[in-house]
Each structure stands twice: as C-alpha cells, then as structure tokens.
Design a protein around this ligand. Structure first.
Ligand code: SAT
Ligand code: MN
Length: 612
C-alpha cells in the first residue's frame, strides 16, 4: 500500500502540540479543542490556504507515499494518489441522515438517531488520530461575499483530503475572515481510521449543522464540503431558508449576438455533467460559446428581480477520468494539465497518467491504479472506472467570467437528464413549472461506478438527488413546488437523454459537442423563440426546429430517439409505482395527479394503436 492511511498507530499522546490557531473565534477554538480531546492527534495544523502551505503539504504527502510526483515537465504541479482498493467510490449504504425523527430523513435516506450516531462514531473516533496530524480546514462554499455562500470547517487526519479541499473550495484565511466571531459554520469531523468498510459511516446531523465521517478517504465520503455540506445539509438549509441546493452544473450559453443564457442541468453522478458543462460547440455553430460556471452543484435563490439566481459553491472539479479525451472534453483535458491531483488512474513509465479512453496509443506497459504492472493484455482496467481528477476551476479556459460573481447568474432553463438506453426521448420541455417538477421527480437513470453497487440497472433518481437529498424526498418535491411562488419569472424546465440506443444497440445521438444542437433549442425555447410540437410527455422539437447541419445524424435516428414507445412507457410508469408507494405519505398531490394523468393518456394512446 502506497498510503500512510493504514500505518500502525504510535502510542497516543495526551497533549498534542498545537500549531498556532489562525482565529480568535471562541466557538471554533472550543470545537477544535473538543475534537482534539476526542481523537488525540499528535499535532494540530491549521490550514491557511496559502501557496506556500500547499507546497509544504504536498511535499510531506510525497515523502509519506500518499502522493506520487508525476512528470513535472508534462504535468506541472500534478500528483497521483492511489486510494485503498476497497475505498474507491461513495458508499450509500454507509451514509446516514441523523435527524431527531426517522420521518424527517424520509424513506430515501438511511437513518440513525443522533444520540446513537454520536455514540457509535464517537467510540470509533476516540483516540483515532493518535500518532497522526489533525488538519483544521476552514473553507467557504460559494464566492466570498455571496449571500448564498456558507462556511464550513473540516477537521481531517488525511493530508490528501486537506489538499483536495484546497482545490475544491475557497480554503483557509478567506473562510476565517468571513466567519469572524460567528458560530454559524458547518462542523465536519473526518477520520480515515483503518479504512475498514465495516467501520465506515458518513453521518449528517442537519439540525446541528454537523457531519461526522469515518472509515473512508475517498471523494464524496471524505471531502465534506461537496456532497455532505453542499447537497445533504444544503438541501435541508435551503428548505428552512427558502433556497435550493441542487446536483446541477451551471453553464452560460453565449449566442453570436452576444446574448448569454444561463442553464442549470441535473444528471446523476458519472452521466456527463462535467462534459456538458464544458461543451465546445461544433464547427457549424460558429459564434456560439459555452462558459462553465459549475460542473456539479448549484445553489439557487430567488432574486429581487423575480428570477432564480445561481452560484456554484465549489472552486474546482472532481471529474471522472476514464473516457475523457481531446474529442469528448478538450476543456477538461486542458484544465487538468497542471496543478491537478489524480486519483486511481494508471501511471506510465515516464511519469504520465493514463486511463481507458485517453487519447493516443495504449501504453505498452504501465502501473495500474492498484500499483501493479499492467499491459494491454491485462484483464483488469488500468484506471479504476471511478478514477478522478481534482483540478482548480481557474484552469478552465472557458471559465465563465461570472463564476466568481457573488450575485450569481440568472437561470433561464433547468434541465433534468439521466442515462437511459430506451424509453426516454432526447429532449422534452415541460408544460409548466409543476410539470417540470414532475419530470424531475420521475427521473430514472442506469447506475454508474460513482457509487459502489451494481452498475447499469435503472433506478429512480429524482432530480439526480436520490443519494444527496438530506431530508424526506416528498417534502423536497413540495419545496420545489413552493419555490414557484417566490419566482415571478421561473426558468423553463426540460428533460434530456443523450444515451438512447436503437434496436441494433447503437447510440442514436452522438452526444458530446453535438448536444449543442439540443441546447440551442432549449435556449431558444427559454426565450420563447423556437417552435415545438405537443405530446403527452411535453413539448418536443419538430424536425424543422432542430439544426442538424454538419452532425451526420440522420432524421430517422432523431425520430427514433424522440419516439414514444408505448409498451416501454407502460413499463416505465409501472416501474415508478414502487417509488410513489414508498413516498406516498409526503408525495405532493400535484405530482401524483400528473402521473395518473399520464397513465390515462398512455392508456388512450394504446387503445388508439392496439398494434403498438
Ligand atoms: O464521490 S463524489 O460524490 O464526490 C462524486 C460523485 O459521485 O458525483
Ligand atoms: Mn456529482
């Protein structure tokens, strides 16, 4: 194992040597002290977020074998980390929402009583940092000064986590400066323990604005600002405070006339959100530009002008490496060319990185993600399917000039997408806000490697928030419906599916840069400019509303990608039943009725076309 995470512990010391705290904030000092007394680290290090500190921690991580220095000529400032092979993705079964009552967490979450969770994890945390360093990582989610920004502090025993947080958030002094003497900060306590999956728990205490995570050092389990704070705790706070925390990327779509339209889009993990957020329009769309505001998370609140305004709470990208190349996402390739941490990708003999689907010839030999020799004849993959790059958003050549704007950007269109090889059409526009909420609520997607478990099975993933909604999902839909009353000019809502296949198993839609063709229709519809045809699923583009020039896509394929397959829809509606039953207690009536309405319409269609 290349990591110190499993190194044997030395005898616990009772008085850790304390680095000078960087703040006089009494509540923060008291909490750090409390955590240190519980976990008994040898040292406490306060992270200030400076370049000098980053260099020092990086060098320390290299000497400890936590990071491997890559070829600095090819990849300046880039390092490789190999996680424990049992710790490579989010683990939903170990993730808990610890509200006072089980009902608050809802059937969509694993629940543990707060007392029990504090007791259980407290026992695991006791003395857990003996012989180790405790990093105190203060961070801001959102552009500093934004009314939507939130402060968190993550305490962690992992230098890899501290370094990742330094890329993914605005970290260090900037957070302490914003926090000043306030006690309003998220308290995140993270300890890798010995990475035993049996002792892996990610517990959220929304009523205490607290997160305790033990037993994992990976991604969303350990970088507590991301899914834990920005989505699970964020969604809870959003409902209390009248805003929305969503699993969405945000992009600005600039037309040749210089008009920029902001679009937010929700897709489940590893379904191409980052690629979509970094889309480069095809040749034919001269004068169009897509600017990335964010690639994963979106916080939105109604503005004084009646529109919905959004920020990206993050400061970097934690993107999936496999499949990323100069054809699928040239912007990501450029973004991760420097100052990037790679996790679980292959290592070539000249200190470069490699993953399945990267440009160029397959290396004749390399070291795989588990540190073993690999050749193209090897049965296993060189890079783990959920291997990642952590890159600063400022590396993105198409970073939106508004990405750091504390006011955020006004959203004109919201898109829900999933990975579906059948049934769901390429693009549909909702009839109205409530119908859009219904489209989001009934979203399904084939599972991916981003979470442990079976890959490729359809599961309901409403708003792509199933693993991230920090409270009862039915109440969450109700919050969406309530928000309409605070937004005089709501965004138009759409559903897309880039992944539909034909009878021959071929993708019907090329995806990637050609998604611009769908995006243009979405933007035009959001401004009330493009035509459409009404179907029972929503408004869809007519052939003449769609610009296919230069795509090589046939009209037949597009028609097939848009086809309403009645037997498939019958199965789809039946498949939704279990989800609606599970959430019956709180599911808004409007959503139930829209589903009944669709079932009735589909039945009539089937009577009209009994041969279908
Ligand atoms: O591991 S993360 O949750 O950060 C990535 C993802 O699943 O989207
Ligand atoms: Mn995500």
């Amino acid at each position: 194992m290349s990591s110190t995470l499993t190194a044997p512990r030395t005898t616990p010391r009772t008085t850790p040597s304390l680095d000078t705290p960087l703040t006089p904030n009494p509540d923060l000092l008291a909490w750090v002290d409390e955590c240190a007394r519980l976990t008994r680290p040898d040292r406490v290090v306060w992270c200030d977020g400076t370049e000098e500190e980053r260099a020092r921690l990086t060098e320390y991580a290299v000497t400890k074998g936590v990071l491997i220095k890559l070829n600095q000529e090819k990849l300046p400032g880039c390092y490789l980390h190999r996680s424990h092979p049992n710790d490579v993705a989010r683990v939903e079964k170990c993730t808990f929402v610890c509200t006072t009552t089980r009902d608050e967490a809802g059937p969509n979450n694993n629940w543990m009583a707060p007392d029990e969770a504090y007791r259980k994890l407290g026992a695991l945390l006791e003395g857990s940092m003996a012989g180790r360093t405790m990093y105190v990582v203060p961070y801001v989610m959102g552009p500093p000064g934004s009314p939507l920004a939130k402060i968190g502090v993550e305490i962690t025993d992992s230098v890899y986590v501290a370094l990742n947080m330094g890329i993914m958030t605005r970290m260090g002094n900037v957070a302490l400066g914003m926090l000043r003497a306030s006690s309003r900060f998220n308290r995140g306590l993270h300890c890798t323990l010995d990475l035993d999956p049996e002792r892996r728990f990610i517990c959220h205490f929304p009523q205490d604005n607290t997160i305790w995570s033990v037993g994992s050092g990976y991604g969303g389990n350990a970088l507590l600002g991301k899914k834990c704070l920005a989505l699970r705790i964020g969604s809870w706070l959003g409902r209390q405070e009248g805003w929305m925390a969503e699993h969405m990327m945000i992009m600005g779509v600039e037309s040749p006339r210089g008009e920029t339209t902001y679009v937010a889009a929700a897709f489940p993990s590893a379904c191409g959100k980052t690629n979509f957020a970094m889309l480069i329009p095809p040749e034919h769309f001269r004068g169009w530009h897509v600017w990335t505001v964010g690639d994963d998370i979106c916080w939105m609140r109604p503005g004084p002008d009646g529109r919905l305004w959004a920020i990206n709470p993050e400061n970097g990208y934690f993107g999936v490496a496999p499949g990323t190349n100069f054809a699928t996402n040239p912007t990501a390739m450029r973004t991760m060319a420097r100052d990037t941490l790679y996790t679980n990708v292959g290592l070539t003999p000249d200190g470069d990185v490699w993953w399945e689907g990267k440009d160029g010839p397959v290396p004749e030999t390399l070291v795989d993600w588990q540190g073993r020799p690999w050749t193209p004849a090897s049965k296993e993959k060189a890079a783990h399917p959920n291997s990642r790059f952590t890159a600063p958003m400022t590396n993105n050549p198409y970073l939106s000039p508004r990405a750091n704007d504390p006011r955020g950007v006004p959203i004109s269109a919201i898109v829900f997408g999933g990975r579906r090889s059948d049934t769901v059409p390429l693009v549909v526009q909702a009839f109205h806000w409530t119908h859009g909420v219904f489209l989001g609520a009934t979203l399904g997607s084939e599972t991916t490697a981003a979470a442990t478990g079976q890959v490729g099975v359809v599961r309901r993933d409403p708003m792509a928030m199933l693993p991230f909604c920090g409270y009862d999902m039915g109440l969450y839909f109700g919050h969406w419906l309530d928000m309409a009353h605070c937004i005089a000019s709501p965004p138009k809502i759409f559903q897309v599916n880039w992944f539909r296949k034909g009878a021959d198993g071929r993708y019907l839609w090329p995806g990637y840069c050609d998604n611009m063709r769908v995006l243009k229709w979405i933007v035009d519809r959001a401004h009330g400019r493009a035509g459409a045809r009404e179907t029972c699923l929503g408004w869809v583009p007519r052939q003449s509303d769609f610009d296919l020039e230069g795509s090589g896509v046939t009209l037949e394929d597009v028609d097939e990608a848009q086809r309403i397959d009645l037997p498939a829809w019958q199965r789809e509606l039946e498949d939704q039943e279990a989800f609606f039953t599970k959430h019956a207690a709180t599911m808004p009536k409007e959503i139930v009725l829209l589903r009944q309405f669709l079932i009735a319409q589909m039945e009539r269609e089937r009577q009209r076309h009994p041969e279908a």
